[in-house]
Design a protein around this ligand. Structure first.
Ligand SMILES: O=C(O)CCC(=O)C(=O)O
Ligand SMILES: [Fe+2]
Length: 218
């Protein structure tokens, strides 16, 4: 399942874009030197990186919808990237593991947080391939798309303007996408309809929710 969630308010977007305007970006190949398809720029200043990464991380983990959908166990520090005219990130899968200072993170879900409005650039869609189907995202500033890391996806070439996003990767308590999606649906229905049930039936429903979490969760 793929979800779109509003993560940032206007003040947070303005703060991030202000930092982006004066910070130093470097060739994105710095973190994937062998990539044949990565053609973007990423934030490099250690201070700007730490500040933006904390703001983005805090916004994400404060968001209840993010928890309901992702069941996050660990979230990689978000990284701001940008794409100028002619830049893109060709079709690729995301790595299964990402090495972080506190140990490897298994990437179950990938997340793009859009930082500038889609009318500020042309092209630059995040294109996710699902078998024969194609999904394209150019979301409003502040909104994120969270999608399974095991998909093939690309960032299409920017043809005018500049595309600003932040990316992160999530290790979920439920590694399996199908199981995670089932529990998300079950929990959502329980939250929406629980008040209409008898107390005993609601308790039985909770028993199923909790025991599936025990069976499937980390
Ligand atoms: O910029 C995006 O929307 C996604 C970038 C991406 O696929 C990646 O960094 O692995
Ligand atoms: Fe990717």
């Amino acid at each position: 399942m793929i979800r779109k969630i509003r993560i940032l308010n206007n003040a947070q977007i303005a703060q991030l874009m202000k930092i982006a305007a004066s910070a130093n970006y470097v060739d994105g190949k710095i973190s994937n030197p062998h990539s044949k398809v990565k053609n973007n720029q990423q934030l490099h200043d250690p201070q700007a990186y730490q500040q933006t990464s904390k703001l983005l991380f805090d916004a994400l983990v404060a968001n209840p919808e993010f928890h309901e959908f992702a069941f996050p166990q660990r979230v990689a520090p978000p990284l701001m990237t940008k794409y100028g005219v002619g830049q893109n990130y060709g079709l690729h899968p995301d790595s299964a593991t990402i090495n972080l200072p506190d140990g490897p993170l298994r990437s179950d879900l990938s997340c793009t947080i859009f930082l500038n409005e889609p009318d500020r650039y042309e092209g630059g869609a995040l294109h996710i391939r699902l078998g024969d189907d194609d999904l394209r995202f150019r979301l409003d500033a502040g909104r994120a798309v969270i999608y399974p890391s095991n998909t093939l996806h690309e960032v299409e070439p920017v043809t005018s303007g500049e595309r600003h996003v932040a990316i992160t990767f999530i290790q979920s308590k439920i590694a399996d996408n199908a199981k995670r999606d089932l529990l998300f649906d079950l929990n959502e229905v329980a939250a929406l309809e629980g008040n209409n049930m008898t107390a005993e039936n609601f308790s039985r429903l909770q028993l199923v929710q909790y025991n599936l979490m025990r069976m499937w969760g980390a």
